[in-house]
Structure formats: C-alpha cells, structure tokens
Design a protein around this ligand. Structure first.
Ligand code: GLC
Ligand code: MG
Length: 580
C-alpha cells in the first residue's frame, strides 16, 4: 500500500513538473524588462558634463531597484560624435568620452554580480567617415575599395557632375557626397559623416559579424541593431547604375526625406536575409558559450508585415525582438480606446506562432511619453507597457516621468535638427528627449559634478527627480516599481491576454492562466467619468475583484474590493484588479 502511494505521488509529481515546465518554459528575454540607457545623459562620473561608462557602473543598483533584467546602451564606441556615437570610427574600441576598455570590463563584471544583463548597440548600416576602413576605401586600397558604395556620378549636358541618383538622406539633402581624393560620390543614408557600408561585399558582412563575436565573447547578452531597413540598397544594374526613386507629391520640399518613396533604399529583401544571418551568429555563440541565449533587438520603422518577417519563418529564425513601434509611432494624445486596442491587436494578431511580443513606448529618437501623450497619462502608459505580454522596453527617465526640454535653435546639437532650419528644427531635433537624467534636486540634478551639461537640464528637476520620487507613495517611480513586482506573477508572465475597448474611453486588458488569479487592467484614457462592467465582457470573473494597483488619480485603495459588474473610473485613471 505504502509503495502504491509513493508511486502515485511520484507520477503526480512528474505530471505537475512537466505541465509547469510547459507554461514557464521561456528563455530569460521573453518576459524581460529592458531599459535603454543613453550613456551621454545617464550619469557623468568625471565632471565633463557628458555621461560615461563609470557613471553607468555606479548606478547599476538603481536598475536592480526598478526590476530591470537587461539594459541596452546607445553606442559607446570610438566616434567623432557627428551623430552622437551612431557614427562609429572603431567598432571594438570605447570612445574616451565614455571611458576605457577597462571601464567597460568593470561594467561587465559589476553587472554580472548585480544580475543585470548588458546589451550593446550594433550599427551595421554605416561607419564614421573617420573609420580606418573608409579612409582606406577613399585611398582605393585594394582590400577596402569596395567596403563602401561609390559612384563617379553623372555628367549633365552642360558638363556639370551630379550625383548618380536623386536619393535623399534621412537627415536631408542628397544621399551622395563627393569625395575629392577618390573622385567619386559615396552613399550615406544618414549624415555625410556616416558612409554606408557595401553589404554586397562578403568581406563587409564577415567583418561585421566579427564585431558581434567580439562583444559577445566579452560577455554582453546581445545587441540592439540600428537602422536595419537601411542596410541594403537595390543592387546596381550591369552598368553599375541605380534607378531614381519616385516622388511623394504631398511633400514639396525636395531636400526632405519624405519627398521620395524609398522603394530602392529601404526594406530590400536582402536585408531580411542579413538579419537571419546575424541571428545565426547569435545561435553559434549560444552554442560556443553555453549559459543563456544571446539576443538581437532590431530597430526598424517599417510596415508591420515586413516587421513580422524579421521574426523569421518556419525554417529560419530572425530577431528575437523586432522592436514594436506600433504604439510609439501611432498613438496620439487624441487617440481613443479603440485606437489603443487596434494598435495592440495589430501586433498580437500578426505575430507568427511561437514568437514573443514586445512593447516600446519611448527612445532617444522620440518625444517623451509625457510630452507626446500628456503628463497625466504617464502612469497609464507604464501600466499598459508592463501588463501586456512579452518583453517591455523603457527609455531612461520614463519611469520617473521626465518630459521633453525645449531647446533653442542656437543650442541645438542633434544633426537631424541642425541640418534643418530655425523654422523646422523643433519638429526634427531629437535633443529634447535626450537631456540628463534627473537624479536629485542638488547640483546639476545629481547628473554631474561639473558646471556644464552637454544638453540643458529640465527646469523641473528640483521637483521631478528620482530621490524625491522614492519618498512619494504614488510617484511615477513607485507605480513603476509596483508594476515590476506584478510582472513576476505567473499570469502576467506566462498567461493569456485579452485586449478590448469597453467603450470609446476605456481600454481593458485581461491576463489569465489556469490555476492563477486573473488580472484586469483598466485604463480610462480621457477625462470623462466612466462606469464599466468587466463581468459582462470577460468570462470567468469572480463576483468581486480586489484592487491590486491604484494611482494618484484613484479614490479607491489597494486592497479595496468591488463588484466585478460595476467599476467606476475617474478621469485618466488606470487601475489593476484581480479575482479573489
Ligand atoms: C537609428 C538611431 C538614431 C541614429 C540613426 C543613424 O535610427 O536610433 O539615433 O541617428 O539610426 O544611425
Ligand atoms: Mg564624462
């Protein structure tokens, strides 16, 4: 008898562990909280007014405090900083502004101790014009001559030389710049100091894969891959020429990137193949190093059907996390709940089977959430970001509700702003979202000991800063921290998701997993008072629900109970409830 019971228990255990494993059988990144650090503006350790690697190392415990699994750093590599590091002069050296390789190694060591993974920014599309490869390419060095895209240009009837195509760069003006030494034009999809690499050259592809190998062997967990859609241009014809791109007649300014349809310079099929090859390198490194999966997060502002192909298909894997910019690019301050729901569904319903969702609400190229969608929606957006399934990505400062800083034309430094005009720069400059992190209300907001900062601090730092928010129970920071705790709940991590608009104003997210309590997330997006009935909308809800998270907009408190068929929501209120 005793044996039988033991045998029974033994099998019961196997069943429980295997079924448990099935649900929770996810790799670290699939439910991770990612945090983007813009190193110039995070923390300055040496008083020059520019953030650096030592600064990041000093603040690693802060990332732990807010529950971050991995942080991706905008470029810290050697660079003349024409695009603040996105113009890389040496892919395997640290720029002195950010520190030394020893500083980087120390960062790796400390991050391992603390348990926060480090992800680097990989910029495959272009190098700096000060990169050794480009300097040698200019000299027509046999090894490097074809590392970049060169063309002698066209000669018009009256004998003037003009660029080979009408292509316009992302940062305005021709995509071609004349080089006196080589007597040819070179292609640059971005700034003229960012010449595009020639990916039809297999040596280039291999050299760039070696960059990935170098850093992974140093211990990084993966890469955010920059400007992916721009990697390839259409292949030249047999005479070495390219076609012009057709006009977009809604944009009259012929120097503006939007004036052309980028059918030959963006989203070429070869680019997808390249992403799959980068993934293959990651897979090889996983095998070589063991431990855990090394990942790629790909940056592409492009159509959703192309983004879905970045994931890979049934025969090949692609990016683990193709950034989901649906909400970032399309939500407006006037969006209603149907719009929110539609944008969320766009991603969830298009994802190929077995892939992982991700949600990006901000980055160093975009206006901050509080400025873009209104400061009253800061908590609501974080609630949504943290309760949707899969990986969440937060841009530094969004967890404390930092907003954009207005910067005068004279003080503008972003090339995208500087290459426009005094009339246009405010629409284009990315400086406003890149200002220093607001650590406290002391000297320079605790960002630097120096007397200057490379971009101005926000005037509100005396009241809006990390130190102060630590002490306020309903601060953005403390809401964010609570959300991070909630993310550890099994239903949030591994559960199913239903998303719907209850009406024009209220968005509802249900997260559920059998055997676990169900969570109901409600966002009242606008200013009207609302009363909703989740019980009627969602099956299997208990008669009562308990408040799990409230914000400063709520009159209810955490722990309060309420009937699941009648829930009142005040203006811009976001709450999380759970079944009992
Ligand atoms: C990406 C980066 C942006 C940079 C551009 C060129 O879009 O996020 O900051 O300017 O690529 O590298
Ligand atoms: Mg510094």
């Amino acid at each position: 008898m005793r044996n039988l019971v033991e045998i029974y228990l033994y099998f019961a255990l196997i069943v429980v562990t295997t079924s448990d494993k099935k649900v929770t059988d996810k790799s670290w990144w699939q439910t991770a909280s990612f945090y983007q650090i813009y190193p110039r503006s995070f923390k300055d350790s040496d008083g020059d007014g520019i953030g650096d690697i030592k600064g990041i190392t000093q603040q690693l415990s802060y990332l732990k405090e807010i529950g971050i699994d991995a942080t991706w750093l905008s470029p810290v590599f050697k660079s003349p900083m024409a695009d603040f590091g996105y113009d890389v002069a040496d892919f395997t050296e640290i720029d002195p502004i950010f520190g030394t390789m020893a500083d980087f190694d120390e960062l790796m060591e400390k991050s391992k101790e603390i348990g926060v993974k480090i992800i680097l920014d990989f910029v495959p599309n272009h190098t700096s014009d000060e990169h050794e490869w480009f300097i040698k390419s200019v000299q027509n060095d046999t090894e490097y001559a074809d590392y970049y895209v060169w063309h002698p240009g066209k000669v018009t009837e009256n004998g003037t030389r003009i660029p080979p195509t009408n292509w316009i760069s992302v940062f305005r003006g021709s995509m071609w710049t004349w080089n006196e030494n080589r007597q040819a034009y070179y292609l640059h999809q971005f700034h003229y100091k960012q010449p595009d690499l020639n990916y039809y050259n297999p040596k280039v592809r291999e050299a760039m894969k070696d960059v990935l190998r170098f850093w992974v062997r140093k211990g990084v967990a993966g890469f955010r891959i920059d400007a992916v859609p721009h990697i390839y241009e259409v292949a030249p014809d047999s005479d070495g020429n390219w076609p012009d791109e057709p006009r977009n007649y809604w944009e009259n300014d012929l120097e503006d990137y939007n004036s052309l349809q980028h059918i030959y310079t963006k989203d070429q099929p070869e680019t997808l193949e390249m992403v799959y090859e980068f993934r293959e390198v990651m897979n090889e490194l996983d095998e070589e190093l063991g431990g855990y999966q090394h990942i790629i997060l790909s940056e592409a502002y492009t159509d959703i059907d192309i983004l879905m192909q970045y994931y890979g298909n049934t025969t090949v894997d692609g990016a683990h996390i193709p950034f989901n910019f649906e909400l970032l690019s399309n939500l407006k301050s006037w969006s209603d709940a149907n719009h929110y729901s539609q944008l969320i569904h766009n991603w969830l319903d298009s994802m190929p089977a077995g892939r992982t969702a991700n949600w990006v609400l901000g980055n160093h190229d975009q206006s901050r959430i509080g400025t873009r969608l209104g400061w009253e929606r800061i908590d609501m957006i974080n609630v949504m970001l943290k309760t949707l399934p899969g990986a969440s990505i937060t841009y530094q400062g969004e967890e404390i509700g930092m907003t954009d800083v207005w910067i005068s034309w004279e003080n503008t430094v972003d090339p995208q702003g500087c290459q426009s005009s005094m009339q246009e720069y405010e629409r284009l400059s990315r400086d406003p979202a890149r200002t220093p992190f607001q650590w406290n209300d002391e000297h320079q907001a605790g960002f630097t000991d120096g007397n200057t900062t490379w971009l101005p601090l926000h005037a509100n730092y005396k009241t809006l800063n990390l130190k102060r928010e630590r002490g306020i129970s309903f601060s953005h920071l403390n809401i964010y921290k609570q959300l991070q705790k909630l993310r550890r709940e099994k239903a949030m991590r591994y559960g199913e998701t239903d998303v719907m608009a209850f009406n024009r104003n209220v968005l509802a997210i249900k997260r559920y997993l059998s055997g676990e309590r169900t969570f109901i997330v409600l966002l009242n997006i606008n200013d009207d008072y609302e009363a909703v009935n989740p019980k009627a909308a969602f099956i299997d809800l208990t008669d009562k629900l308990e408040y799990i998270l409230t914000t400063d907009k709520s009159i209810r408190q955490k722990g309060d109970r309420v009937s699941s068929d009648y829930i009142e929501l005040l203006s811009k209120e976001a709450v999380i409830l759970a079944t009992i």
